[in-house]
Design a protein around this ligand. Structure first.
Ligand code: GYE
Length: 386
């Protein structure tokens, strides 16, 4: 843009000086003219000279602006952010990544270095160290697992780079500014309390549950497993087995295939710690001839409530879906803006979640004494989801 302006101005200067030149030489070459005509002959030359000066000033100004812009870009007018993302294991993760990339865009004033760590803890630490080397302004981490962070976070601290934790929590270090995410323990308890109210309403006396866990050691897995287990213990339910499906569809299918063999006819509840595992479990149950969903032998519970998950609720496959909102990036940006303006952001910022089911599976329940509201899955609700 600026280049074009300069070349236009330069063309202007050349044209004007040509004009000025013509005026200058024309006067002496002209044959003796009547006195009255002399000023009229000088005028174009003066005008042209003025024009040249004007244009030259404009060019100087434009050049100055270009220089300033280049300096700004070089000195990092864009805020540089490194994001060490967990991976790409689920619909939830895809929504989270997109949200971050949308928020931390060039247009919004950011220079984002994004690393997909492919669920590899060592790669994630390496990504953080590469951000330190780059000297980014801020580091965002979605920790694959909750422990093992203190050393690398100390390195961030020593480098003077503020760290913001998004989604999953870090449990063995406090060397970060803020955490923005959902309350996984509450999600797990909500699933348990809903199940209690639902089986009571259905007149189901016994609960024999199978759990397909998320990535072991991730705070999302720990919270959901512990929250549900707390209610199961209180109610005296049987948890037949817990195995990880690593938050993936393939993992969910594999674990459910083995459950279908080992526990055939013995279970009436399957809890998948995310939607993608639930999709895999559905395939395995379909293949084994197990009927699930509202009104069927097996109650299928899931977490995340992404669009694809809610579609399976609507289709009568997933009985209840406990949301985990993946759109935390705008809140993380708020933290960065607070830091940029010299303020102190809150240490913990909770992203609120909703619980979803079809009308017949909506029951009243409380979590830690707080009454919960479930949302009925409709086309509009699905449309509005991520
Ligand atoms: O539930 C799952 C994802 O950390 C809350 O990770 C997130 C979990 C989410 O892969 O789908």
């Amino acid at each position: 843009m600026k280049k074009k302006l300069i070349s236009m101005l330069l063309t202007g200067v050349m044209a004007a000086s040509l004009l000025a030149g013509c005026g200058g030489t024309a006067a002496p070459a002209a044959p003796a003219a009547p006195a009255a005509e002399a000023p009229a002959e000088e005028a174009p030359a003066e005008e042209a000279e003025e024009k040249v000066e004007e244009v030259a000033e404009d060019v100087e100004e434009a050049a100055e602006e270009v220089k300033e812009e280049a300096a700004d870009a070089g000195s990092g007018e864009l805020i540089s952010v490194g994001f060490a993302q967990v991976g790409h294991e689920s619909d939830w993760r895809t929504a989270s990544t997109k949200s971050c990339q949308d928020v931390f865009s060039k247009e919004n004033g950011y220079d984002l270095s994004f690393v997909d760590c492919d669920n590899d803890e060592a790669a994630q630490k390496e990504a953080v160290r590469s951000f330190i080397e780059q000297g980014v302004d801020y580091i965002i981490i979605d920790p694959i697992i909750a422990t093992g962070w203190d050393t690398v976070l100390t390195e961030c601290e020593d480098a003077g780079i503020p760290v913001i934790v998004i989604d999953r929590t870090i449990d063995d270090s406090d060397k970060y500014v803020s955490w923005v995410g959902s309350d996984f323990l509450t999600e797990g308890k909500a699933a348990g309390e809903w199940l209690k109210a639902y089986v009571d309403a259905q007149g189901i006396k016994e609960v024999n549950a199978l759990i397909i866990q998320g990535t072991i050691g991730s705070s999302a897995q720990i919270g959901r497993t512990d929250g549900f287990q707390e209610i199961a213990d209180r109610e005296g339910w049987t948890v037949l087995d817990k195995q990880t499906g690593d938050f993936t569809e393939a993992g969910g299918q594999e674990v459910m295939e083995s459950y279908c063999k080992s526990y055939a006819g013995k279970f009436n509840v399957v809890i998948c710690e995310n939607d993608n595992e639930a999709f895999g479990a559905m395939t395995a149950m379909d293949n084994a001839g197990v009927k699930y969903g509202p009104g069927n032998d097996v109650i299928l519970i899931s977490y995340d409530a992404c669009t694809a998950g809610l579609k399976e609720v609507q289709a009568g496959k997933i009985t209840a879906d406990f949301e985990c909102n993946p759109l935390a990036a705008p809140t993380v940006e708020g933290v960065i803006k607070t830091l940029e303006s010299g303020g102190t952001p809150e240490a913990q910022i909770l992203v609120p979640d909703n619980w979803y089911a079809l009308k017949d599976a909506i029951v009243d329940f409380s979590v830690d004494g707080n009454a919960q509201k479930m949302i009925e899955v409709t086309d509009e609700v699905i449309e509005a989801q991520y």
